[in-house]
Design a protein around this ligand. Sequence first.
Ligand SMILES: [Zn+2]
Ligand SMILES: [Zn+2]
Ligand SMILES: [Zn+2]
Ligand SMILES: [Zn+2]
Ligand SMILES: [Zn+2]
Ligand SMILES: [Zn+2]
Ligand SMILES: [Zn+2]
Ligand SMILES: [Zn+2]
Length: 307
Amino acid sequence: AKGSKFRRPACQHEHPQSPTRYFCFCGKTRDPPDDPFIVPHSCGDQCRKARLGCQHPCPLPCHPGPCPKCDLTKEVLCFCGQRSETVACANTEPQSGCEAVCGKPLGCGKHTCSQLCHAGECDPCHVQRLQACHCRKSTRKQQCSPGDGAWSCSAPCEELLDCEEHLCEEPCHVGPCSPCQFKPDLVKTCPCGKKPLVLLTPGQPRTKCTDPVPVCGAVCGRRLACGIPGHTCTAPCHTGPCVPCNKEVQVHCACGSTGSRMPCGLVHAAQASVEPQVLEHNGKEYTYPMVCNRKCGAMKSCGRHRC
Ligand SMILES: [Zn+2]
Ligand SMILES: [Zn+2]
Ligand SMILES: [Zn+2]
Ligand SMILES: [Zn+2]
Ligand SMILES: [Zn+2]
Ligand SMILES: [Zn+2]
Ligand SMILES: [Zn+2]
Ligand SMILES: [Zn+2]
């Protein structure tokens, strides 16, 4: 018979037959009975709602408001994992850490953490060591790192090649040296590449890498280091690298008022340096970048005087 009366939470008056039906706080009972011994609108049963990060259902009797945090405790491993620590049930992480040295392996893969048991990532390895370059001719002090930490000194490798006659000319490099490029089975043509050796010296094949590579006598014609189309080697077919490009190119001073001609190879060499260069070539002196006699006129860094 009590079900025919409804008391609103904010109102102590009794209303006849509520138009809406409702559940108790914990949600297990529809239209909880009005009982003077229990909290209004509570079913009086254990709440049992699940709480975040906790396996234990809420132990309170069905109650208004959020469930309190679980007051049970549990054991978790400390940060370094060597001891266990008692924490509140809702914690997934240890809270204080133990007093031991962390000892976890560091990113370098060679050393372990020397800090005391700590939260978060270990600091990177601080060990400095002397590390040889790939060709083992130089060493330098560097931060301990994963792998062998080898570096390139960029000097010629100079390792004896597989031919056991020539030394490696590549800059200090990882891994094995390339095979000797003068080996008879690798050299099929004259140095400029135009004439096959079988036609150039028929019946007289090279047998070892120290045998000279025959030249064809025609103009070398290979593209030069400057890389400009049409700038090719004008020397007769030759072994070894081509000479720097001799083609004259137009260069200008910074203001553009004066120009002059300069061998392309010299420009190429001077551009490799940030400093202005004075270069000598066939008895002539060249300055790069070019400077003219005109006043520059640009404002100096003081902002008051002109150059
Ligand atoms: Zn309930
Ligand atoms: Zn719990
Ligand atoms: Zn609860
Ligand atoms: Zn650590
Ligand atoms: Zn080296
Ligand atoms: Zn090498
Ligand atoms: Zn040739
Ligand atoms: Zn050449």
